[in-house]
Design a binder for this molecule. Structure first.
Ligand code: ADP
Length: 312
């Protein structure tokens, strides 16, 4: 019996569905029987594990989110529930597991492997792009495109009304989405947790620009900075002298039709993950580095915080 299962854990991202589609196809190509685990580690514990067929993946490539659900599971932190999860996998003779998730999910997986020896391969999936050892995490490109479209729309209304717009992006403590969006959308201000800022330093410049006829400002602000976005908007009003509005993009950044790049990366991540398990690698994470894919150990991935490459 050569059974393989996949689950999504932690925050969902656009790109998971293309990954699920290719998981089924590439497993079958490799004479493996694919299984879906529903709702992350919760589904492992509750035995929500079913054989996956071509029928299950019909049409999902164009959809955001994940067809099999994702979840956080506090029960999986407890040994007795991990034992239950192992019993459920044993019943179905599943010995290989792929997890789409972030570093928290990988940490859980590592403990599970050490206790029960289920071979696994992790695929970094988070729009925050904050996982150590990989330059790319599934879902990031779609999120960046959603942010780009939002900024382009906001720019139209901002210039019509002579306003400053403060646009807040996700990323927890990582400023990746904000930084890349700032560069690719040509915004006037970008605030990220990795760079200390003093708003006073922008005041003369922005006031002068306003005097010289500038009609709007776009500020991209990462959610992880110390101030609330509303405080940045108040600063625009009080210190620069322009009406200001806040747009918090929030969960819109996670959904939407997966971009071409995320579909392609999903395909490649799955190829590497299944190849690793077929070749007998017992515990690895597929990482993308310097234009290619490499396997890293959990230790390498979770032991250090990712350091953002600063481009601004
Ligand atoms: P992410 O994978 O996006 O970083 P979380 O940090 O929320 O998300 O982790 C997702 C899930 O991984 C948790 O809800 C839990 O089930 C599991 N997990 C995380 N850390 C551990 C751990 N130390 N032991 C067991 N399970 C864990």
């Amino acid at each position: 019996m050569n059974n393989i299962a996949i689950l999504c854990s932690g925050g969902d991202v656009s790109g998971m569905n293309p990954a699920l589609k290719h998981f089924v196809e590439y497993s079958i190509e490799n004479n493996l029987t694919p299984y879906f685990v529903f709702d992350g580690y919760e589904g492992l514990i509750d035995n929500q594990i079913t054989k996956a067929t071509y029928k299950d993946i019909s049409g999902i490539i164009a959809r955001g989110g994940t067809k099999i659900g994702s979840a956080r599971s506090s029960r999986f932190m407890e040994k007795k529930f991990r034992s239950l999860a192992k019993q459920n996998l044993d019943k179905l003779e599943i010995k290989k597991l792929i997890v789409l998730g972030g570093d928290g999910s990988f940490r859980g997986l590592d403990i599970f492997y050490k206790e029960h020896g289920i071979s696994f391969c992790g695929i970094p999936s988070t729009i925050d792009n904050d996982i150590n050892m990989t330059e790319y995490c599934l879902g990031v490109d779609t999120a960046l495109n959603i942010i780009k479209n939002a900024i382009d729309s906001i720019r139209d209304t901002a210039s019509s009304f002579k306003r400053a717009f403060v646009i807040e992006t996700m990323g927890r403590k990582c400023g990746y989405l904000a930084q890349i969006s700032h560069i690719t959308s040509g915004s006037e201000l970008c605030l990220i947790p990795e760079i200390k800022h003093d708003l006073k330093n922008y005041e003369d410049k922005f006031r002068k620009e306003l005097e010289n006829g500038r009609r709007y400002f776009i500020a991209i602000v990462a959610e992880g900075i110390n101030e609330d976005s509303s405080e940045i908007a108040q600063w625009f009003q009080k210190s620069i002298g322009i009406e200001a509005r806040v747009t918090i993009l929030g969960h819109t950044q996670r959904g939407g039709n997966p971009s071409v790049y995320d579909r392609l990366m999903a395909y490649k991540f799955i190829n590497y993950a299944i190849d690793a398990l077929v070749e007998g690698k017992e515990e690895s994470i597929v990482c993308y580095s310097q234009g290619g894919f490499v396997y890293k150990s959990i230790e390498e991935v979770v032991s250090h915080k990712k350091i953002l490459e600063l481009l601004i």
